[in-house]
Design a binder for this molecule. Structure first.
Ligand code: SAH
Length: 364
């Protein structure tokens, strides 16, 4: 199998049902993962810093229209404490994620980022939605290293249906991703698999787009219906896609992860919490064995964690950071992998051209 797979071949694999053939896909993805990024599993401590959101996304439980949710925004000191915990556990990165919360101002967050960067050796990843250029630039200037913004689906019509714009500002996540790259961020994106109205062909296109965009990080998880959202309550219907609807099943997520590893061999690919949510027993391990190389243990203080309900029954909703940390270590070792050290950024790796030209490689 060539990693230069075209969209038609990707589509063929997404439809593949033969278990023997799929074993072959898992094997190739796992081999590629080992050859390109090694056996280390990088841990990114996830801190869900606010569940306020100004958007009306039809899939997400944080949407402003969900009036049954108690809202919180963490204090700067609480965020610093969580970052210290990440450092204590030996993680290389802290990820600050939130709804699109304009109560998180450019200046306030820049100060939080500056404090984390001066008090810890952590890489700082932000995942705060579609913020203004000047805000993204201010946070980068404050020291933020990476930004995650999933494009969710490359099907423009579907995206517009499930992700209504605010006012007359048009959402173009692909343009924001480009802008982030220009600002010097390492850039992550990704999709949900099994969104109502999402076709096999559009997921094949998403995966081809991962390759084209040269993304550093790619997160893929199943769509999980939330009853307090239009998509989860059945209030929003989609025209039949003539048997082309992609299921939001575990198997489909593994296929998408494995194919993504093949088309973007050196990307950082997490075994996501959403995947762990639909298979709490060993979804994470299977993700790691079918292409993934990153875990995002949850460091959100327990009192807030159940309130960051983007979808119901999230994995690890009641474990403390300590418990999560211990459990993940066991899981990683149980499949013969080891825990990565340092920030684990893709851009830190030597460029292929450098390796080929025989230059010395400090990571060897
Ligand atoms: N406000 C930020 C962070 C959102 S939560 C942003 O929009 O980027 C991070 C990710 O969770 C989203 O990008 C989406 O892919 C995923 N998510 C949201 N609702 C979900 C659901 N119901 N099922 C599965 N994943 C969901």
């Amino acid at each position: 199998m060539s990693i230069k797979m075209d969209q038609a071949q990707i589509l063929g694999w997404l439809r593949e049902a033969n278990p023997d053939r799929l074993q072959e896909l898992w094997r190739r993805a796992d081999e590629t993962r080992r050859a390109q990024v090694g056996d280390a599993v990088h841990l990114r401590g996830l801190v869900e810093i606010s569940n306020f959101c100004s958007r009306q996304c039809a899939y997400c439980g944080l949407r402003i229209g969900n009036s049954n949710l108690t809202r919180y925004r963490m204090e700067a000191d609480e965020i610093l404490e969580a970052a210290q915990q990440a450092m204590k556990f030996g993680y290389g990165t802290v990820v600050l994620q939130a709804g699109e919360d304009y109560g998180i101002t450019a200046r306030w967050l820049a100060e939080v980022v500056r404090r984390i960067k001066s008090e810890t050796p952590l890489a700082v990843t932000l995942s705060l939605g579609e913020r203004l250029d000047k805000e993204l630039a201010a946070w980068r200037a404050a020291g933020a290293d990476r930004y995650l913004l999933r494009f969710e689906t490359s099907d423009r019509n579907l995206f517009d249906e499930i992700h209504p714009p605010t006012g007359n500002r048009k959402c173009d996540r692909i343009a924001i991703l480009r802008r982030l790259r220009d600002l010097g961020y390492e850039v992550g994106s990704g999709i949900m698999v099994g969104i109502p109205g999402q076709t096999y062909a559009s997921v094949a296109k998403d995966i081809a787009l991962f390759r084209e965009m040269d993304l550093d990080m790619i997160g893929i998880g199943p769509f999980i219906p939330h009853p307090a959202t239009p998509l989860g309550s059945g209030m929003q219907f989609f025209p039949s896609v003539n048997g082309e609807q992609v299921p939001n099943h575990e198997l489909m997520v593994y296929k998408a992860i494995a194919l993504t590893r093949l088309v973007r061999p050196d990307a950082n690919i997490p075994a996501t919490t959403a995947l762990a949510t639909i298979n709490k027993k060993n979804g994470r391990e299977l993700g790691l064995q079918r292409g993934a190389n990153v875990f995002m243990p949850n460091l959100t203080p327990l009192k807030y964690r159940r309130l960051y309900e983007i979808y119901p029954n999230k994995a690890c909703i009641t474990e403390t950071g300590d418990a999560c940390n211990g459990c993940l270590g066991l899981r990683i070792h149980s499949i013969g992998r080891n825990i990565g050290s340092g920030p684990g950024g893709r851009r830190e790796r030597p460029a292929v051209a450098e390796l080929e030209s025989g230059k010395e490689c400090c990571h060897a």
